[in-house]
Design a protein around this ligand. Structure first.
Ligand SMILES: Nc1ncnc2c1ncn2[C@@H]1O[C@H](COP(=O)(O)OP(=O)(O)OP(=O)(O)O)[C@@H](O)[C@H]1O
Length: 555
């Protein structure tokens, strides 16, 4: 669907209002030209009514044009906001796994670039409406002056539209191909911004990635864009040439064939010149419209993907019972398809997480610990089996409330600067308390409900993430290799003080860890091995295992 159709569907009333204002403005503008011609024809004997009409049309053209522009500016800003909002809501409401499959570069590209391309194109819409109406009124005026001229102009308009459609189909193909390259460009940009250190250290990779690969993609993008935009420019040039040709026909052919009076000829040519200058703006805007149409298709494609992946329900479901006693996995399984057809499968798992226990999940790299944590926290939906909270199955209807039981720090955590949304009117005091305990009070303070800085070492940033999780005050915590970046003092604090404290407050704590030195603090240790639970035993019992055994079992 084109930009006009989309606007009509999503913002019918304001769009039609703006169109009406543009149409009135275009009609007033063209009538103004006709009036000028009439006044020129009277050669000094102009009736007062014409003078008043002249003044009225001056004011009407300017006012309605301003009104149309203003309405469309508002409409386009609202449209952009709603488009971004739909994308953001789509990302937040779509199951995490589907968002992961789409990948951040594609989402960034839609949010940051496509929306801006559309925003750039929208202000041109009033001009199109104005010019289209202007052209219609001019043709009507020409029909009054000379039906033959009007018919020829209509014919020229028809040819111009036909040529444009032919060109634009071709141009759109190239702009579409350029847009595909843009996703790849964003992937390279991500590699450059997130892999700056590695690229600085490694000239070979820098040249391969930031040089050859980026250049190749950028070159294809540029070539396709230039070709697509040039085709549109070509369409604009052809449109202009057709109108110049029309004026030539009027000047040199019509007087001979139709014996047109000189006055009629002058009027017609003058109107056509105004028409050409009014259409000129539209013609230069066509490439912008082409890009915007491609961008809109891309956004619609992303939205369709997100919506097709199934919306998660976020409604005001009653909170999960605060006194829950256990979370049960019943035949829970999750599979990641592999590149060469092979896949990693976690489960099917039958397992119970008990209230108030400290449970360590151990196992080699890639054995499925993080996947298990995502299933436990309700971030991944089980592909098979079900998660049960006491005697209630976690379903689409109550998953949002179920997720509210968890506080988590994943190994790829995101640190929010703001404390907004965290519970408690005294959260600043609590945050300051934890800052002292985590020995960050000399670095960070709370200013206006935000951390004064998050420009810290990775271990310190993880401490802030832990602080945030603690402020959320949930009944079950998941820490995915939290201590991996901590110095010995903080490892000790985490494993011996914090875990004990959380347990004393009847929290369930699931700790993914490779720190075999501290396995003894666990009430229970679960060892994963190639996606299966190989051992589920009390904390003490694992002492007969070597660290190598504890950490084996990945791919
Ligand atoms: N986003 C993903 N897409 C495809 N496959 C994935 C993805 N994440 C994980 N996997 C696959 O799932 C397996 C288990 O990954 P997971 O992150 O759960 O392991 P882990 O035990 O937490 O590993 P580690 O100790 O290295 O953090 C991996 O071997 C990998 O093949």
């Amino acid at each position: 669907m084109g930009l006009f159709g989309y606007l009509l569907r999503t913002s019918r009333r304001p769009f039609l209002l703006a169109l009406a204002a543009s149409v009135i403005s275009g009609a007033a503008g063209a009538s103004f030209i006709a009036l000028v011609n009439t006044a020129l024809g009277r050669a000094g004997h102009v009736p007062a009514a014409v003078v008043w009409a002249f003044a009225g049309l001056c004011v009407a053209t300017v006012v309605t044009r301003f009104l149309a522009q203003n309405l469309l500016f508002r409409l386009s800003q609202g449209f952009i906001y709603r488009l971004r909002r739909r994308l953001v809501d789509g990302i937040l409401d779509t199951p995490l796994r589907s968002v992961e499959k789409l990948g951040t570069p594609r989402l960034y590209s839609a949010l940051a670039d496509d929306v801006v391309v559309i925003a750039d194109a929208l202000p041109g819409l009033p001009m199109v409406c104005f010019s289209a109406t202007f052209a219609v009124v001019c043709v009507v005026y020409l029909a009054v002056v000379s039906p033959a001229v009007a018919l020829t102009s209509l014919l020229a308009l028809g040819v111009a539209v036909g040529v444009y459609r032919m060109f634009s189909a071709y141009g759109m193909r190239h702009l579409g191909a350029a847009r595909e390259e843009q996703d790849r460009l964003f992937e390279h940009f991500r590699a450059v911004t997130e892999g700056t250190k590695e690229l600085k250290l490694d000239r070979g990779r820098r040249e391969a990635l930031a040089g050859a690969a980026l250049d190749a993609t950028a070159t294809t993008y540029r070539r396709r864009s230039v070709l697509g935009l040039s085709v549109f420019e070509g369409a604009a040039g052809s449109g202009q040439a057709i109108f110049f040709g029309l004026i030539g026909v009027l000047l040199f052919v019509f007087p001979a064939v139709f014996a047109l009076p000189a006055r009629t000829l002058t009027d017609s040519v003058m109107v056509l010149l105004f028409m050409v200058s009014s259409l000129q703006g539209v013609l230069t805007w066509l490439p912008v419209l082409g890009r915007a149409t491609v961008a809109l298709h891309k956004i619609e494609e992303r939205l369709e993907y997100l919506e097709g992946a199934g919306r998660e329900k976020h409604h005001d479901h009653p909170a999960a019972p605060a006194d829950w006693q256990q979370i049960g996995f019943r035949g829970v399984a999750h599979a990641y398809p592999g590149a060469a057809g092979e896949q990693f499968v976690l489960g099917p798992l039958d397992f119970t997480f008990r209230r108030g226990e400290v449970l360590f999940v151990v196992g080699g790299n890639g054995s499925g610990k993080t996947t298990l944590a995502k299933l436990l926290t309700g971030l991944y939906l089980p592909e098979k089996g079900a998660v049960w909270l006491d005697d209630r199955e976690v379903t689409d209807d109550n998953r949002d409330a179920y997720r509210a039981l968890f506080g988590a720090v994943f190994s790829d955590f995101f640190l929010f600067e703001s404390l907004g949304g965290l519970p408690g009117t005294d959260r600043t005091a609590k945050a300051e308390h934890y800052l002292r305990r985590l020995q960050l009070d000399h670095k960070v303070s709370i200013v206006d409900d935000r951390f004064s800085t998050t420009a810290l070492s990775q271990g310190q940033r993880k401490r802030l993430a832990l602080l945030t999780a603690c402020l959320a005050d949930r009944s079950c915590y998941v820490f995915d290799e939290w201590a991996a970046d901590q110095d010995p003092v903080f490892k000790e604090f985490f494993y011996t003080e914090l875990l004990a404290e959380l347990k004393a407050r009847n929290k369930t704590v699931v700790v993914i860890s490779h720190d075999d030195r501290y396995f003894a603090v666990a009430d229970r240790i679960v060892r994963l091995d190639y996606g299966q639970i190989r051992a589920d035993r009390p904390g003490e019992d694992r002492r007969d295992r070597t660290p190598e055994e504890e950490n084996s079992g990945g791919r």
